[in-house]
Design a protein around this ligand. Structure first.
Ligand SMILES: [Zn+2]
Length: 125
C-alpha cells in the first residue's frame, strides 16, 4: 500500500517516496528533519597541560639542590609545595603529585638538616 502525502505546491496527493510532484512538476523536498547534532562538547584541551603542577615539580626539584641554604630553602620549598598542592587539582596531575612527594621528602630532610645544624651549634657552645 502506497503512503501518500500532499504536494506543498499544488496540494495534490503524491507518493511518499516521490521526489517530484506528478501534478505540478515541482520538486518535493522531504521536510527537513531537525538535525540533532550530538557533538560531544569537548571542553578538555587536546593536550592538557598542568603548568602549575609542572612548576611545583620543577621548583621542588630545585629545592633538592638548595635545601642546604638556610632561608632560601624554606622559600623555595614553600613555593614548590604550594604550587604542587594547587597543581593536584588540575589535570594531568602526575607531576604535581611528584612535586608534592618531593616536597614532603624535602620537608623531612630540611628538618633533619636543621636539627643537625642546631645540634652542632649547641654542641660547639
Ligand atoms: Zn504539485
Amino acid at each position: 500500500m502506497e503512503v501518500l502525502k500532499k504536494c506543498p505546491y499544488c496540494g495534490g496527493e503524491v507518493s511518499e517516496e516521490a521526489q517530484k510532484c506528478k501534478h505540478c512538476g515541482e520538486w518535493i523536498n522531504p521536510a527537513p528533519q531537525p538535525v540533532q547534532q550530538q557533538y560531544v562538547v569537548n571542553q578538555v584541551d587536546p593536550q592538557p597541560s598542568n603548568g602549575i603542577g609542572i612548576a611545583g615539580f620543577v621548583i621542588s626539584l630545585v629545592c633538592i639542590f638548595l635545601c642546604w641554604i638556610p632561608g632560601l630553602n624554606i622559600i623555595v620549598w614553600l613555593v614548590g609545595f604550594i604550587l604542587s598542592l594547587i597543581g593536584i587539582f588540575k589535570k594531568p596531575r602526575g607531576l604535581a603529585i611528584a612535586g608534592l612527594v618531593i616536597s614532603s621528602i624535602m620537608a623531612v630532610i630540611m628538618i633533619a638538616i636543621l636539627g643537625a645544624i642546631t645540634f652542632a651549634v649547641f654542641e660547639n657552645l
